[in-house]
Design a protein around this ligand. Structure first.
Ligand code: URA
Length: 242
């Protein structure tokens, strides 16, 4: 990487506006390679130099990867004029990365959502050609039976005559309200709801629990999020078939 202006590096990482950073730098709060710097215009290679703010080392990165347990009532988009979006739930420090949700969950769907600014990875994960599995846990009105498992394995004809790829349905409990896990290998609009509708059943509750090899962290409460660990990012990346 080339050398970049110090205030640009710190600004991109959400440490403040140019004006704010100028002040911080003037106050002598920033060190580069152990030396206090007083000019925001100096050029630094953030991968080679050690930058400290108030004694804390800045871990430079250009990409961010966040796992969120999406709650109901928020939209998987960067902007909406009626509802809060998943981006509105993020701390300010992430906003300078221009993050966006990797794919969509319906407003009433909960669970695993990756939020990132990595357009290439997002494109690969969502590519219809890659068939990345997505697993959902759901409550279904109506008795889900073995014949549904077989039909889902075969592929389901949706309301627009599209036949889905074969999917993997697991029944946890069958009854007036059934509890199931379903893994699908594509991502058509409202796909899970429409697959059950085609079987005359209604999805009452829907939560995504896995995308590729990456599973939702059970410790995240609804609306909570955290950055992916390096291992989790590797898991996600390794889900893409070559
Ligand atoms: N299928 C749906 O019907 N809704 C979602 O949010 C995700 C998959």
């Amino acid at each position: 990487m080339k050398r970049v202006r110090l205030d640009k590096i710190l600004g991109n990482m959400g440490y403040g506006s140019r004006k704010e950073l100028k002040k911080i730098i003037k106050h002598g709060l920033i060190k580069v390679d152990g030396e206090v710097v007083k000019k925001s215009s100096i050029h630094v290679n953030p991968y080679e130099s050690i930058i400290e703010i108030n004694g804390e080392i800045v871990e430079y990165r250009e990409k961010i990867y966040i796992m969120m347990n999406k709650p109901k009532g928020v939209i998987s988009a960067t902007y909406d004029n009626r509802h809060n979006t998943v981006i509105d739930l993020l701390e300010e420090k992430y906003l300078s990365f221009n993050p966006f949700p990797m794919g969509r969950l319906d407003i009433d769907t909960e669970g695993l959502l990756i939020i990132t600014n990595d357009g290439k990875l997002s494109h690969d994960i969502l590519s219809p050609k890659k068939h990345i599995p997505k697993t959902y846990y759901a409550h279904i009105r109506g008795e889900v039976k073995e014949e549904d498992v077989e039909a889902f394995k075969e592929g389901i004809i949706l309301d627009n005559d599209y036949k889905t790829l074969g999917s993997h349905l697991e029944i946890e409990e069958s009854g007036e309200v059934s509890k199931i896990n379903l893994t699908i290998f594509e991502g058509k609009f409202h796909q899970v709801k429409r697959m059950f509708e085609a079987r005359n059943k209604k999805v009452l509750y829907l939560k995504r629990i896995a995308m590729g090899r990456l599973r939702l962290d059970d410790n995240l409460e609804l609306g909570e999020y955290r950055e992916l660990s390096d291992q989790e990012l590797d898991l996600l990346k390794s889900s893409i078939a070559k």
